[in-house]
Design a protein around this ligand. Structure first.
Ligand SMILES: Cc1ncc(COP(=O)(O)O)c(C=O)c1O
Length: 481
């Protein structure tokens, strides 16, 4: 798709008159939809040929934006084309097979369809009565996906992503421990609640602590040990010290699939401490939870079934378009205790089978987040996902051994497909190496600083279409092919 400097006169040709542009007549709407899906199809066809990262200058972005003048509406075909062209040339293409990046998916085809349906039908999932099929479908998914983690994870809610799920988990912990919290807030508590998460935890727990009013001082950062995951002895000591000082240890967050290193923390040992010390155990499996879908990988997250709550993000390894997260829990009533309100303007249903999502989650007006997951799972099936995820994991192993074979030192230890590595024969820092490679546009990798302070390069098999050829291209870009 090529972006042509727009002639304002062309852009305005065929512009709708006034409010007609809200809807259009049937034939025009059909043309707009056909063009839109043609642009999407064209993008997906060429995405692997695009520079993986294309960062425009501020001036280039401004040149495009200046073609959009809200006092002079443009034709829909011009608007659709300009936007598609701008996104084609001005973003990091997470759908490119040589994006070895953060936990961002290449969207499943059915996921894209799900997004289009969610927008077009615009189901309002706040109340059961407005969207009974959609609400029941999300509940069905919560049970279907939750039960992959253990028989009791039949409760939960879809969220915008892992950050909202982690926030929800810590709120549940507060509500479960302190009956007075919902009304009296933190001021009603006799002791300061404290939450433990390791230095490998995602920083959304920091935000959650702020938003919940706990404050970041109440979030104890547990140091990591040589495994790059939570140091269990340090956790034990911190809890004892806090108790002695009169604080109230409330919850511990175990990370299953750390953002920088992909490692899974020792869930069984953390769970044992949580049980003995009566802490809420939250497992952030936003990324690593996919191991539950691949039989031979599920031992990697053993112990997750003893969690009180789990974060799992379908918009990571299930590859549905952003945003789709989930908070799963084994406590049947906890979300209602955290979120129930009654509002006389809301059509409320009392029936347990007809729960209103606005009484069980942070969001009020809710889009049909689960539809892209439902359509993808319906077509791919558990079996198809297991095949794809197994393949991605094996490709991670291939990448690991090719890098090690080329003299790079692997500095993280995980069976999951994130590889962190450092040079043994080069003086440049990981950040310098990453910069020089990414700028060329053939591959995308990142630089991280691991919890032990080691700066490293990081590559993740995040795209289900990535192949060994792409991995070999990465090696070549690193100067080893
Ligand atoms: C382990 C982990 N938890 C939570 C999050 C936050 O998820 P989201 O970006 O979907 O809000 C991330 C994001 O990468 C993550 O890696």
């Amino acid at each position: 798709v090529e972006l042509k400097a727009g002639n304002p006169m062309d852009l305005q040709r065929n512009a709708p008159s006034s409010a007609d542009g809200l809807c259009f007549d049937d034939p025009t709407r059909a043309e707009i939809f056909a063009q839109t899906f043609a642009e999407i199809q064209q993008y997906l066809k060429i995405v692997d040929t695009l520079p993986v990262e294309a960062l425009p200058s501020g001036g280039e972005i401004q040149a495009i934006l200046s073609q959009f003048d809200f006092d002079r509406p443009m034709a829909p075909e011009a608007a659709v084309h300009l936007v598609a062209a701008a996104m084609t040339s001005m973003q990091t293409h997470t759908s490119n097979t040589r994006y070895f990046g953060l936990f961002n998916p290449a969207a499943t085809t059915m996921g894209i369809v799900g997004e289009a349906f969610a927008a077009a039908f615009n189901s309002q999932l706040a109340a059961w009565s407005h969207a009974p099929f959609a609400v029941a479908t999300e509940r069905y998914l919560v049970q279907a996906i939750g039960s992959r983690f253990g028989d009791r994870f039949l409760h939960g809610t879809f969220t915008s992503g892992g950050a909202e799920a982690n926030l929800t988990a810590l709120l549940c912990a507060l509500v479960a421990r302190y009956p007075s919290f919902s009304n009296g807030g933190l001021r009603s508590l006799r002791a300061q609640p404290v939450v433990y998460a390791s230095a490998a935890a995602h920083h959304s727990v920091v935000k959650a602590s702020r938003v919940l009013g706990l404050g970041t001082d109440a979030l104890r950062t547990v140091q990591c040990d040589a495994s790059l995951g939570m140091d269990i002895a340090a956790l034990r000591e911190m809890i004892a010290k806090d108790r002695k000082a009169g604080a109230d240890p409330l919850a511990v967050v175990a990370t299953a699939g750390a953002t920088s290193s992909g490692i899974v923390e020792r869930i069984p040992e953390i769970a044992a401490i949580a049980k003995a010390d009566e802490l809420w155990l939250h497992v952030d499996a936003a990324w690593g939870g996919f191991a539950a879908l691949v039989p031979e990988l599920s031992p990697v997250i053993a112990g997750i079934d003893s969690a009180d709550s789990i974060t799992f993000d379908p918009h990571k390894m299930l590859s549905v378009p952003m945003g789709a997260g989930m908070l799963l829990t084994r406590h049947a009533d906890i979300l209602a205790r955290a979120f129930a309100v009654s509002a006389d303007y809301m059509p409320a249903s009392e029936d347990d089978d007809r729960q209103d999502p606005f009484t069980h989650s942070l969001q009020w007006s809710r889009r049909f987040i689960g539809l892209k997951v439902f359509l993808s799972l319906s077509v791919v099936g558990w079996q198809g996902y297991a095949v794809a995820l197994r393949r991605q994991t094996m490709l991670g192993n291939t990448m690991r051994s090719l890098l090690a074979g080329s003299g790079w030192k692997i500095v993280n230890d995980t069976p999951l497909p994130v590889v962190c590595f450092v040079a043994t024969t080069r003086a440049e820092s990981p950040a310098t190496i990453v910069d020089s490679i990414v700028r060329k546009g053939n591959v995308w990798i990142s630089a991280v600083v691991l919890p032990d302070g080691t700066p490293a390069l990081r590559a993740c098999i995040t795209n289900f279409r990535t192949s060994e050829t792409d991995v070999r291209t990465l090696l070549r870009e690193l100067g080893d092919g």
